[in-house]
Design a protein around this ligand. Structure first.
Ligand code: NAP
Ligand code: 8YV
Length: 329
């Protein structure tokens, strides 16, 4: 079969970057889940769909979930190519049970996300956005900006010491502060203190940087107890997923001084951020931008496409996730 004839049916769940959409259109017969007639499209074409590429939800701007219910309508589905290293928006257990491969975009974003994590830590401690607002609001001629907290006296605890956690830690070594980490298993060869219990680490550090995957195993792992253990001088930086932090407990902890401040790139119900957080002066809020540079998003997009092209050519995809098959059977 010529390449022009071999164009597997692919379901795109929502808008993707133009460089991804152009390549998908070149190699696949693309159908859109965000089309107005999606239900009839699924009823008619569902049995032909062999691949899914995950885009954002064009209505909410959040991530469209690839649920078990959706996969049940796609009996010929072989692969879900996820845009992002985190694939918590795909129902992994269901995909595994169906023998569907999931691919993600690991590695190509580690440096970018680590850079932003350190920037958010410093911005939160030194109140960089607040200082910028201070000038814009014309307050400088009336008095000096108040002194801020510092990184100088802090021990930093990293929650999750995988690809990105280790990249963040390497950067933080340059700041000369002690580093500890929590994960279920210690990473061989790492000199930082490993805490098998998160609560024990939270007691011993005064900055927590969260960079674990989302999903049921980490749901609300940063809860009221962990925040109380972090303490009134503590700062929380979340670059993982909103689901990892108990958001109402965080809001309360920030309001009553249980912790000092927070820097958040991710939220429980993106793109909706609770008014209580938006009204606070001791938080720095970012719209999920840790990987959002031209260079890194292009690298992630190309990996989405390259995984699909490898699968289409009958080869193992480049970056399958560990829970699902590594190649088509
Ligand atoms: P990774 O290499 O798989 O590392 C994950 C780390 O989390 C590992 O150290 C793992 O160690 C630990 N972990 C996993 N489950 C845990 C649990 N239940 N309790 C404690 N520790 C746990 O992943 P990565 O590439 O570093 O990415 C991490 C996550 O960052 C992604 O999944 C994504 O959600 C998020 N992320 C966010 C952005 C953003 O834009 N804000 C960008 C990129 C990534 P053990 O398995 O030993 O526990
Ligand atoms: C992306 C991310 O912004 O890779 C991830 O897990 O959270 C980010 O890099 C996101 O996946 C885009 O939808």
């Amino acid at each position: 079969m010529s390449d022009a004839e071999n164009r597997p049916d692919l379901l795109q769940t929502g808008p993707m970057m133009p460089m991804i959409e152009a390549q998908l259109a070149e190699h696949f017969t693309v159908h859109r889940l965000d089309a107005p007639d999606a239900d009839s499209l699924l009823a008619q074409l569902g049995p032909r769909i062999r691949a899914v590429a995950t885009g954002v939800n064009s209505t909410s701007g959040g991530k469209t979930r690839v649920t078990g219910a959706l996969m049940a309508k796609l009996p010929a589905l072989e692969i879900v190519a996820n845009f992002g290293v985190g694939y918590d928006a795909v129902d992994v257990a269901d995909a595994a049970a169906r023998g569907v491969i999931i691919t993600n975009t690991p590695g190509v974003l580690d440096d970018e996300v680590a850079d932003l994590s350190v920037a958010l830590l410093l911005a939160t401690l030194r109140r960089v956005p607040q200082a910028d607002r201070f000038i814009r609001e014309g307050k400088w001629p009336k008095g000096s900006f108040p002194f801020s907290a510092t990184l100088r006296d802090r021990t930093i605890g990293i929650v999750g010491m995988g690809r990105i956690g280790q990249t963040i830690a390497k950067r933080l070594e340059g700041f000369g502060r002690p580093i500890a980490y929590h994960s279920r298993r210690p990473v061989p060869g790492l000199a930082y203190a490993h805490y098998p219990e998160l609560i024990a680490m939270a007691r011993d550090v005064d900055a927590l940087i969260v960079i674990v995957p989302g999903g049921p195993a980490t749901q609300n792992m940063i809860d009221a107890q962990v925040l109380a253990a972090l303490g009134p001088n503590g700062v929380l930086i979340n670059v993982a997923r909103g689901s990892v932090v108990d958001e109402p407990a965080l809001i309360k902890a920030l309001q009553d001084g249980t912790i000092a401040s927070a820097g958040l790139d991710v939220f429980a119900d993106e793109p909706n951020v609770p008014e209580a957080l938006r009204a606070m002066d001791n938080v720095v809020l970012l719209p999920h931008i840790a990987s959002a540079t031209h260079v890194t998003r292009n690298a992630m997009g190309q990996l989405v496409v390259d995984n699909l092209l490898a699968w289409k050519a009958g080869k193992p995809p480049l970056t399958p996730v560990p829970e699902t098959p590594r190649s088509a059977t």
